[in-house]
Design a protein around this ligand. Structure first.
Ligand code: SF4
Length: 263
């Protein structure tokens, strides 16, 4: 095994700035083969990612974390994505139901510390259960979402799942996203048209007033310090330079290094 750090990816990320999402998807298919999946919460950008995978016939499974307290519209969107595009959508679930979790820990999402514990148990841990099947995961984070995502790199290492996150839409503008959604007639969660710019769990998501920030409806009851669930590592500490461990030949392929193996 060999270490791959965020710093190792600096130059590659520079050269990838001009690549289209389609080119990045093709690169990843070539480098990671079957040890590659996509992560989607079935919001607008995630649905665009699914649409692209379908158009490119990328044959990549889509991981969807069902926390057990999602909106019915989100589950229906997942089903529509799987049905129309014929994608393999893998639904991941937490170990406990919300009722079981509450009986053991109380209502976690009513405090800042509890929210982090709840999101980790209901969002991150289900992903970690399957993470060893993959070396890389496509994500749909975009810089124009602002906040912690304003500088999200195209390639980001995630030490918790020991995978490389590939943010194929990092450079896509808000206008380009809208155009793609409309021109390609992408499936859209109907809640977006009902005042929800972003959508998470029922317990922690509200509609947003026109003059509020897009993420104002996420964990509104906890105040503006709670903005992200943590399933995307770059949301939590974008400035760090963590490492992951991958097979040496894979690290060489990622970095485009010439190798001179002695047989
Ligand atoms: S969004 Fe709320 S209910 Fe959902 S996992 Fe996080 S804290 Fe729990």
């Amino acid at each position: 095994m060999a270490k791959l750090s965020q710093t190792d990816l600096l130059e590659l990320n520079r050269t990838f700035e001009d690549r289209t999402p389609g080119e990045l998807i093709a690169w990843a298919r070539d480098v990671f083969g079957d040890r590659l999946a996509a992560l989607s919460a079935m919001q607008r950008a995630g649905n665009v990612l699914c649409h692209m995978l379908w158009k490119l016939e990328a044959n990549v499974p889509v991981l969807f974390v069902d926390t057990g307290v999602l909106f019915p519209e989100t589950l229906a969107t997942r089903d529509a994505i799987a049905s129309r595009y014929g994608l393999e959508v893998v639904t991941l679930s937490p170990r406990q139901t919300m009722e079981e979790q509450t009986a053991e820990h109380g209502v976690l999402y009513l405090s800042v510390d509890g929210q982090q514990q709840c999101c980790h148990a209901r969002k991150t841990e289900p992903l970690l259960q399957v993470a060893d099947q993959y070396d890389a995961l496509f994500s749909s984070l975009r810089r124009t979402d602002g906040g912690a995502r304003a500088n999200v790199p195209i390639l980001a290492v995630d030490p918790e799942s020991n995978t490389l996150r590939i943010n194929v839409m990092a450079t896509m503008s808000a206008a380009d996203l809208e155009t793609y959604l409309e021109e390609e007639d992408v499936i859209v969660n109907p809640l977006h048209a009902q005042g929800y710019p972003t959508i998470g769990c029922i317990r922690c998501t509200t509609p947003v007033m026109p003059d509020e920030p897009r993420r104002a409806g996420r964990w509104r009851h906890l105040g503006p310090w709670s903005q992200y669930c943590g399933i995307n590592p770059t949301d939590m500490d974008p400035s760090r330079s963590p490492t992951i461990d991958l097979p040496l030949d894979l690290v060489d392929r990622i970095l485009g290094r010439e190798t001179d193996y002695v047989i």
